[in-house]
Structures are given as structure tokens and as C-alpha cells.
Write a protein that binds this ligand. Structure first.
Ligand SMILES: [Zn+2]
Length: 378
């Protein structure tokens, strides 16, 4: 298949991509697995810690945390990161003197760890379907759509001559912008040829709130607004209906699944088969870095679908093995969702890794995808 090659008997694998990352959340890995004490007020320890982290983040601490996150991704075989960047301003919402300082910190951290990076500059106009932004959200909020798009434009212009950097534009849930912003954001992405990443249908509550405000489910709303297109990356999309999966497929949109997040939060199992059969281009994201294992993200697409459906192999077109298909999803499609044409090089393998003992050379990729840890990468 395509770019998986054997040269002199050795397997050469295109590097992996993670199309949806919030690098700063790597600092919260140890906060994600406990109940909040009764009466403490916050929804979870993680939410409380998240707000505290956002309140205190500086350009320097963001850079240092991101270095940790990106190093771990690199060790996991990743060379392309889609960074979904939501925090733009100082505490209270005052812009930095250089308005894109935090974006630059993330790009610098990714480059320092050897990644290509798509900085997806997320636009936020309100706190939720019926809320004004408040507290930590003020650091993420844009005073107007014009001002936000000017920031994206500035980033795009300053990195236009850097082949390892792409700028994208994003929306973090359909409640966070007024629906009438969406066509303008999509037109802007189209005009500048930018990836357009929109997190949607992550929970059933997201879907219900969208229906309550607009009368439409999330993907139906995007279709009505003319926002569905082949540069769209629908992130999460756990609770899309079969009809919405069809719409995403018809548009040849990408769908970035984040299985380690959904598993950690109990977010539910999406209908991956419906998306896949409709022709949506699947890719994966480490998202909140609760667990950073790009191999685990990949095999989870297949394995969680086997659990959901109670049957065997799901994602395998006639011309590829299941492992080849997952590698294609994890490398080429993930890179394309970040605006790059190819996987950007290959990863080297540690054939002597214990996971690969007793493994036949002809089935090496199967063992890597379904049975190995990140130790197999040099
Ligand atoms: Zn996310």
C-alpha cells in the first residue's frame, strides 16, 4: 500500500500525526481520575484544576508544558501535530502586547521537538449556547469576529514561508460562537486554504443544546449554513446521527476521533462504521493528553467498534489489511487534516523491542498496530 514500504526487507512506516491536541492539558494528566469530594462545587477535580491552570498559564509555562507533551508524542511516532489553540489573552481577557504570543509559544515548542505543526487558532465569541464568557473563558474569548480573524490573518502571513508550519482556524463546540459567525469563518478558511477544525457532538448535551437553539443537530446546522466542505475537520463527532455521518461523508470532511479522551470521560462510543462507510476521512487526536499513545488511539478505532458491534474486523477495505488501513488513517489522513500533503517522513522501528519478539516479518505491522507500545519507535 501507498507509502508503507519494505526496503531491503525492512519495514518503513510513514510518521504518525495527531490532528487534535491541547498541549497545555498535559499538565493535568494526574488530575483526571478521581471523584470530586462531595460539596466541593466543581464538576470534577479535573475541571477545577483546568480552571486554575488556565488562570495561571504564562507564555513561558505554556511553552514548557507543550515541550513535554510534544516530546511524548514524538516518542510515540508522531511528527505532525494539530494544536487546537484556545487560550489567547492574559487573565481577565486583556490581549498580550503581541496578540499572538501564546500561539507562537506553541509553534516554537512543537518545532523544538521536531514536529510539523498546524496551529489551529480557535475563535470564541461566547461561553456556551446561552452564556456569556466568564472566568477562565475570558482568556479564550474574542471581542469580535473581525478582531479574531485579523489575528488568524497575522499568524497566516507570518508563517506563510515556513513549510513545516500551517495555520488553521477552529471553533470549540457550536455553542461558543453565534451561528451567524460560522459562514464567515468558513469563507475565511476557504479563501486562505486553511484547515477548518470544529469540535462538535462531543456529548449528547452538546447535541441537545444545539437543537434547542437552532432546531438542528450540529452537522445539519453546518450543512444548512454552507460550512460542510472537504477542509472541515469535525472533532469528536461521537454523537452524530447516521444522517449526519452521511452529510460528513458526502462533503468528504475529516472526522478526528479522540478515543482516549472519550474512554477517560465516559463520552460514549460513536458509530465509526457509519462515518467510515459514508466516506468521511477518519483521523485521530491525543486531545487532552490523559494518555499519549498514538498507537492506542489508532487501534481503539477498530477495537472499540468491535466491542460496540459485537463482531470482528470492521475497518478494512479489500486492498488493505486492518493494520494498513489504520496506519493510513493515523499518518496520511491525520497529516492532511492538518493541511500537509504527506506524512512528512518515516519513523524508525526498534525490531528488538520485546513486543515484537516471535512476530513474523510479514505480519510485523499487525503486531505493531494491535500489540505494541510506543517502545517500538526509535
Ligand atoms: Zn479538544
Amino acid at each position: 500500500m501507498g507509502s508503507i514500504q519494505r526496503i531491503d526487507g525492512r519495514l518503513h512506516l510513514p510518521a504518525l500525526a495527531t490532528a487534535h491536541s491541547h498541549a497545555y492539558r498535559r499538565a493535568l494528566r494526574d488530575q483526571a481520575q478521581r471523584h470530586v469530594p462531595a460539596g466541593a462545587g466543581a464538576a470534577s477535580l479535573w475541571t477545577e484544576a483546568l480552571h486554575e491552570l488556565i488562570d495561571n498559564l504564562t507564555p513561558e509555562s505554556l511553552y514548557q508544558i507543550a515541550r513535554v507533551a510534544y516530546e511524548e508524542l514524538r516518542r510515540g511516532g508522531v511528527r505532525t501535530v494539530g494544536e487546537f489553540h484556545t487560550i489567547h489573552h492574559q487573565a481577565g481577557g486583556k490581549p498580550y502586547e503581541s496578540r499572538v504570543e501564546l500561539s507562537e509559544a506553541l509553534i516554537n515548542a512543537a518545532r523544538a521537538e521536531g514536529h510539523r505543526v498546524c496551529l489551529v487558532r480557535v475563535i470564541q465569541g461566547r461561553g456556551g449556547f446561552d452564556r456569556q464568557p466568564e472566568g477562565p473563558q475570558l482568556r479564550c474569548s474574542d471581542a469580535s469576529l473581525d478582531v479574531a480573524l485579523r489575528d488568524v490573518d497575522d499568524l497566516w502571513a507570518s508563517y506563510a514561508d515556513q513549510p513545516e508550519v500551517r495555520i488553521g482556524v477552529g471553533v470549540h463546540g457550536l455553542g461558543t460562537v453565534s451561528p451567524d459567525w460560522l459562514p464567515t469563518i468558513a469563507e475565511f478558511a476557504d479563501r486562505h486554504h486553511l484547515p477548518l477544525h470544529i469540535a462538535l457532538a462531543e456529548t449528547t448535551a452538546d447535541v441537545e443544546a444545539c437543537v434547542a437553539e437552532t432546531g438542528k443537530r450540529p452537522v445539519e446546522l453546518l450543512a444548512d449554513l454552507g460550512v460542510l466542505c472537504d477542509r472541515l475537520v469535525a472533532v469528536h463527532a461521537t454523537h452524530v446521527s447516521p444522517a449526519e455521518a452521511e452529510l460528513l461523508g458526502q462533503a468528504q470532511a475529516y472526522v478526528c476521533l479522540c478515543p482516549t479522551t472519550e474512554r477517560s470521560r465516559g463520552g460514549g462510543l460513536g458509530d465509526i462504521t457509519a462515518l467510515y462507510q459514508a466516506g468521511a476521512r477518519l483521523c485521530t487526536g491525543a486531545d487532552g493528553h490523559v494518555l499519549t499513545s498514538p498507537l492506542d488511539d489508532l487501534r481503539s478505532l477498530e477495537l472499540s467498534e468491535r466491542v460496540r458491534l459485537g463482531k470482528g474486523i470492521v475497518l478494512a477495505p479489500p486492498e488493505r489489511t486492518p493494520a494498513e488501513e489504520l496506519w493510513h488513517i493515523g499518518s496520511e489522513l491525520g497529516s492532511q487534516a492538518c493541511g500537509f500533503d504527506d506524512a512528512g517522513g518515516t519513523v524508525r522501528l526498534e525490531r528488538a523491542a520485546p513486543e515484537l519478539s516471535l512476530v513474523r516479518e510479514a505480519q510485523l505491522l499487525d503486531a505493531i498496530v494491535f500489540g505494541a507500545s510506543d517502545r517500538v519507535f526509535l
